[in-house]
Structures are given as structure tokens and as C-alpha cells.
Design a protein around this ligand. Structure first.
Ligand SMILES: Cc1ncc(COP(=O)(O)O)c(C=O)c1O
Length: 354
């Protein structure tokens, strides 16, 4: 009874391999501070757990609106931003509707398109893994795309859309543009200022990366209030639990402190890239995210992945099976100590150019 379009898709999975240095999921390298955890737990301990959480807590929506620079009735909260991709697709895609997205990108877009019965049309990145905005527009027009998904900075390439690209894509296509800004805290332009000008735009943000709350699952969508009201119909009621709601409030209350940690990751990234460029046998792609994509020129990517894990306890992501990414790996930016360990391991593993 399972739809053939679903059966033909690979599942979204990731083996949880134990490792001393976990640099495979672009998480925050710092745990949520203990005093903030305590604040969350104290709040939640005093709340009644037998009651459902608030549906769309007005105070939290107001704080999110203020934090991101949008209006409260245009904010939706989700159990991770992934849930809001699903909700958006579920209210927009019918059988055969086309989703256009750059390739390679976050694989969930393709899977969810298939689950909804839509047709996924990937548009390859241009040379140097840059967004090919002209080709995205041409493809969306030719295919009568209903939705265009833009992940900027893009996972797994790290590429950011150029300034003005979303505005152009909005002007030159009729599609709903979903901008997944899971990594925007680390660099690249945001589409949020365009929300005031177009109701064909949905911007997704997450607390899983820069804000360090991946384990509690919190994300949000920003859209024109009329669009947000419709996307809300695709969400399950009470989708965000009490603990996560409390953690999101705490994270917002301490946003400046958490932003300082993001700046630290950005600085570490800069130092890491400078040193990577000195390692023989690697091509390093420019990144605006909290991860770096590397192409191995002298040993297979799968061998590098294995040797880092087995020999040094460093877990990275082998992305070499994706189209356009042969012999590529993706390394999340961790602490300075993590990145020192990576550089020193690479120095031992990578054959020196003869
Ligand atoms: C592009 C992109 N969007 C969304 C997510 C997941 O976000 P969340 O944890 O908010 O569901 C990820 C996680 O890796 C991602 O890479």
C-alpha cells in the first residue's frame, strides 16, 4: 500500500558512530550553558505537565518576531525547522507539482517532495559550487515550479546565495520561495527583509545550529501572516513541547551570550580554513556556514573518513556519493581544539605531494 514514489526514495538516516570529536552534523560545539539548562528545568518543573502546551504561545511569537525582525502573526514554531519544511510542502504540493532546488543540497527536500507526490527537479551548482541563479530561474519557469527551495548557506557545499538573488528569483518566477536559513547565523545574506515585500516567501530558521539546541528540536517559519495561517493547517497541533518552549524562551533571553559563541565558531572557521589550505592534496571550498567542504585529490574520501575515525576518533561526513561531490567530505567547525586535532591528523594522513 506504500506509494511507489515513496518506496523509490532512500530513507533519511545517519549511523550514530561513537567518536571523541563529533564533526558530522554541523551542531554547535558548545553545550547549552548549565545555568541556562537550570533556568529551563526550573521553569518547566513549576508547570503542570498533565496539560497540553500552548498552541502558539503569543509571548514567544512576539519575542521571535522581535529577534528576527518580522511580525508575530507571521511566525510559526516547529519541532525543529524540518517539521516546517514538511508543513509547507504539505499545504502547497499536490500530485505532480514541481519543486526546484539547487543540487547538491539537503536531502530532505527531495524525500518530502516524493512523500507529497510531487516531482523534484534538481539544478546543479555552477563551477566552484556557486549558486546558478540564471539556471534556477530558467528551470523553475520551464517546469512551472510550484516551490523553489533555497538553502543558503547551502548544506553540504557551504555556498551562500549572492546578494539580491532571492529578490530576482521572486521577481522572475511565480513559485513560492522557501529559504532554509538553518546556517545563516554563520554568514551570507538573509531573505528576511524581503518578507515585507512578498507573500510568496517562507523563511525557515532553526535553534539547532548556532543556538545549540539540536537535542530539543526547535525551529520556526516566517511568512506573510495569511500564508503562515495556511501553513499552520499542515502542522500537527501541540507540536512543540513544554520543555522546548521554555528552552526557546531562555535562548532568546540570552541571545547576546549565545551570539558570542557563534562569533567564536566563525573565528575558528577562519583559522581552520587558512590551515586547511596548507594541507597538500585537498581543495577547500569557500563556506559561509559552520562546516567546510573539502575535495580529496590524493586519497579516496571514504579512506580519509575511515582513517580519521579509526585512527583519531574524528567523525566527519562522507558526502562523496552525492552528484558533483566525488571525493568530497564535509567537516563541521568545532572548538579550536577539535580543529587543531583535524589539521594534525590530516597532516599525517594526506600523502605529501611528490
Ligand atoms: C539545511 C538544513 N535545514 C534544516 C536542518 C534541520 O533543522 P532542524 O534541526 O531545525 O530540524 C538541517 C540539519 O542538518 C539542515 O542542514
Amino acid at each position: 500500500m506504500i506509494k511507489p514514489s515513496v518506496r523509490s526514495q532512500p530513507a533519511y538516516t545517519l549511523a550514530a558512530l561513537p567518536a571523541r570529536r563529533k564533526l558530522n552534523q554541523n551542531e554547535c560545539p558548545f553545550d547549552f550553558p548549565p545555568e541556562l539548562k537550570r533556568e529551563v528545568l526550573d521553569t518547566v518543573a513549576s508547570q503542570p505537565w498533565q496539560r497540553y502546551p500552548e498552541f502558539a504561545p503569543p509571548d514567544l511569537l512576539a519575542r521571535l518576531a522581535e529577534h528576527y525582525g518580522w511580525v508575530a502573526d507571521g511566525v510559526l514554531v516547529g519541532n525543529g525547522s524540518n517539521e516546517l519544511i514538511q508543513a509547507t510542502f504539505s499545504v502547497t504540493l499536490g500530485s505532480g507539482d514541481v519543486v526546484v532546488a539547487p543540487a547538491p543540497t539537503f536531502s530532505l527536500y527531495r524525500l518530502l517532495t516524493a512523500v507529497m507526490g510531487g516531482r523534484y527537479v534538481p539544478v546543479p551548482f555552477a563551477d566552484g559550487l556557486l549558486f546558478d541563479v540564471d539556471r534556477l530561474i530558467d528551470t523553475a519557469r520551464r517546469e512551472h515550479a510550484r516551490v523553489i527551495v533555497l538553502n543558503s548557506p547551502n548544506n553540504p557545499t557551504g555556498s551562500a546565495l549572492p546578494e539580491g538573488a532571492v529578490q530576482r528569483i521572486l521577481a522572475e518566477t511565480d513559485a513560492l520561495i522557501v529559504c532554509d536559513e538553518a546556517y545563516q547565523d554563520f554568514g551570507g545574506p538573509s531573505a528576511i527583509p524581503l518578507l515585507a515585500r512578498s507573500s510568496r516567501l517562507v523563511v525557515l530558521r532553526t535553534f539547532s545550529k548556532a543556538l545549540g539546541l539540536a537535542g530539543l528540536r526547535f525551529g520556526l517559519a516566517l511568512a506573510h501572516p495569511a500564508v503562515a495561517r495556511e501553513i499552520a493547517k499542515g502542522k500537527l497541533p501541540y507540536n512543540v513541547n513544554l520543555i522546548t518552549l521554555a528552552a526557546a524562551r531562555t535562548a532568546l533571553r540570552h541571545a547576546p551570550m549565545l551570539a558570542a559563541r557563534t562569533r567564536q565558531v566563525i573565528e575558528t572557521r577562519g583559522r581552520f580554513i587558512d590551515r586547511l589550505r596548507l594541507v597538500p592534496g585537498l581543495t577547500t571550498y569557500p563556506t559561509s556556514a559552520n562546516f567546510v567542504l573539502l575535495r580529496c585529490r590524493t586519497i579516496p574520501a571514504k579512506e580519509l573518513f575511515r582513517r580519521l575515525l579509526d585512527g583519531y576518533g574524528i567523525l566527519i561526513r562522507d558526502v562523496s556519493d552525492s552528484a558533483q561531490l566525488s571525493e568530497c567530505v564535509r567537516i563541521s567547525v568545532g572548538t579550536d581544539e577539535d580543529m587543531d586535532a583535524v589539521i594534525s591528523a590530516l597532516g599525517e594522513i594526506m600523502p605529501v605531494r611528490s
